[in-house]
Design a protein around this ligand. Sequence first.
Ligand code: 13P
Ligand code: SF4
Length: 451
Amino acid sequence: MAAVNLTLQQRPAADPSVDHEIQAIVAGASASETCNTDLAAGPWDFDIRPGYGPGASMGDVIPTGAPRQGELPAAYREASDEELEGRIQAAKRTLGDRVVILGHFYQREEVVTHADYVGDSFQLANAALEHPDAEAIVFCGVHFMAETADLLSRPEQAVILPNLAAGCSMADMADIDQVEECWEQLAEVYGDMDTPDAEGKLPVIPVTYMNSSAAIKGFVGRHGGIVCTSSNARTVLEWAFERGRRVLFFPDQHLGRNTAKAMGVPLDEMPMWNPHRPFGGSDEATLTRARVILWHGFCSVHRRFSVDQITQARAEHPGVRVIVHPECPMPVVDAADESGSTDYIRKAIEAADEPTTFAIGTEINLVQRLAAQHPQHTIFCLDPVVCPCSTMYRIHPGYLAWVLEGLVEGRVHNRITVPQDVADPARVALERMLAAKPPAGRLEQPAGTTS
Ligand code: 13P
Ligand code: SF4
């Protein structure tokens, strides 16, 4: 963790724009620190280099097969912020109901301002489902979200990802070939993976986090498995344990561990599967007693949060309420007051009647927006370094203007289409998730809630 040069309360809250803050840091007008000054440039400048570019996922390895964005025309690269804003508004007016723009909570403010719907990945998938009449769905989020929207929308509708380089480094940590290979190796331990035992249970139920490729969702659908999000992970794990002896959970080890631990699964029954090691780095005895096999994936944004930051927040703000996303490592979730999905965090802040100090462990764009929307509260990001999710940050207004003006001219740029043979089983896995409900009387609980 980089040295902290600010106390936590120094984060400015009135301006929700992370981009403005990064520009101010680079210009020397802000005392804050950013994890990489290249963030002040347009994505087209750093997309020519290999890797994910500046931001929280810069240390991750981009798969060679990941989509690459072609060059954005100069008219968009060179346009001022004001010009892009005007062009986006004009294109939206011309297109009217023909287009719906979806924006994830982690998108930069300059993009979110144009979205018809802002939400988490699950809510935005539903928003796609609820707009069967729009010709185009412009998804301001990351690749797996656009794929999910394509799975749930009508075949005639075009789902558009404004910048193809907007992947998710965590989703890319589980590649379909690695997962197929893992499955074959697990079959060496557990025998026939598709035949239930005398009690009707399969040896392993695969569970994938929404943050995974359509190919992985298809794999899960073909093998009796299911998709989960950070808001329904416990219900989904319960669904899986009703049908199987154990769970293979991917790609996020932290969401899997935090959720299973909150359900009472002992840590020594949750071995890790590292696809870069022979036999996942595990052994037969460990796998035989495993209840949850955790894939070695993680989110580089949420991995930046630490117990030290929570300790500092508590020292500087007695009575602070610490809420973190369950993609954070287990010690951070354990040290927080609560953990929950992006929408859980938003609702928890909205539900607070009294002025409250919140320290939040999730992506900075959402935290700064919440701080600006709720001036009665003190809301700050646990990480004092301004370090957005670099893949989410790939959706710059220049790309949004380009795809919208393309639609005005009758051109569809960057359409995301999931092939039929993958889409059918992937939809099965998604539909299982949509049908899974918590037991009567229990509202859906976020993973690892501690208060
Ligand atoms: P949500 O499912 O809450 O939208 O989160 C997606 C994500 O990428 C979190 O890092
Ligand atoms: Fe992926 Fe993490 Fe970015 Fe979410 S915050 S899109 S999990 S890299």
